[in-house]
Ligand binder design. Sequence first.
Ligand code: BES
Ligand code: MN
Ligand code: ZN
Length: 497
Amino acid sequence: MQVRIVHDAPGSVRTGALVVPVFSGAPLDGAAKEIDTQLHGAIAEVIPGEISGKFGDVSLIHAHDKPYKRVLLIGLGDAKRFEPHMLARFTGTAVRYLGRRNVRDIAIVLPPQVKGNETASASFLVEGATTGAFDATVYQKTPEKRSGADELAILAGGCDEKALQEGVARGEILGDAVNFARKLAITPANDMTPAHMAKAAKKAAKETGLDVDILDEDRCREEGMGSFLSVAQGSAQPPKFIVLKYEGNPGSKELLALVGKGITFDSGGVSLKPPERMEEMKYDMSGAAGVIAAMRAIAKLKPKINVVGIAPATENMPGGRATKPGDIFTAMNGKTIEVINTDAEGRLILADALCYANKLGATKIIDAATLTGACVIALGHTASAAVSNNDELVQQFLAAAKPTGERYWQMPLFDEYGDLMKSDIADLKNTGGRPAGVLTASAFLKAFAGDTPWVHLDIAGTAYLDAESAWQARGPTGTPVRAFVAFAEQLSRNGKA
Ligand code: BES
Ligand code: MN
Ligand code: ZN
């Protein structure tokens, strides 16, 4: 996609479609009014009957003798509730609606809210136009009508061009990162093996100058990762423990660790899952995909901060060597774990990943994992859970994540949840019963984060969606890439890294 910033008046732009925002209950003004006058009231005519301005509403008007061939009106909702991240959904909707109708040359009219907030706005606009183009039908012999624009013109209006330009550059990087994570996640488990994921990480590192280290099974054993390897032992696919390093502040002792669950397929193991929707468990590596993609974006955006990305990758399979319920393993920090349910495997691989983050000297850890079905019950597909051993860090994270449009909601980590994870025979067991499933899982992880300030994100309900929306294809969403990147940038800006 070619993005240009142009200074033409909306009414004189030569384009396949002029994309115009409409707010609910607000009179037409600015560019919309100018176009409406040119079209002899054709816009006013469809409001509110055909388009009310409700978020995501669209209406297409054909223009005959004008430099622009069409006008696409897109509802941005109530102007009083406008947030900049909605611009990503605005352009996402535009490129999906128009791309599927073979209109790939489009011009965006900016809503007035962009003025004074140009960089962030342009970043969202380009992010959304990029993620809206994501193709979820890659395995079809004849793919569906392609979404996405080839030419995207942003009509600057009175906005600061340099600030817009900066946002365009960031939005391209971020949108690409989100799509990269989605591509890794949507790839079926027979193609997206741990080895393939390691290969993708190596390629991302080579392209962007990240350091990469892939620990194979032998090295994981030398490191004492008995918990991680216990999950891998039931699979014919060799595990890979992926480590990516970015050094943006060589003088600093601070190190942010981003950790992601990389179960390339979760069958449940011997505690086999029921067949219904088991195919979705190819997405159980979404946390790891988020880490790899965020690291790639961070390497391009170059914040002044040191970051290590850790992605333990393995299948969870019920092979002949698989863990049997009751088996006990020793994690890297020496703690013993009784495996009650082999389907609670995410926490087992994260246990060693958190220990390894500490070994590398992490001073802050954020992990993301499609960890529990309980999280989907608690928060649905609307928000991810955030659980932490450090209130200051989780508040910083939530503040950085909020403007991105990804939603996180803090849940408590009372000591009692930890009591539920005590084993009669070992230090810990890997399940704590039905109540508070998000939090017993978190309490388990806490035992491996140690004293390092840490935030755990349960993205089970948000990493993928089974329905498409106006702005997004069905399937993987790219969560938590936006929040990971925003948090790294915030640390860099605050000089706390
Ligand atoms: N990967 C699943 C969690 C999951 C479920 C993610 C649904 C996305 C959608 C995880 O490994 C799992 O199986 N968790 C168990 C834990 C239980 C055995 C304590 C669960 O949530 O049922
Ligand atoms: Mn599982
Ligand atoms: Zn899992």
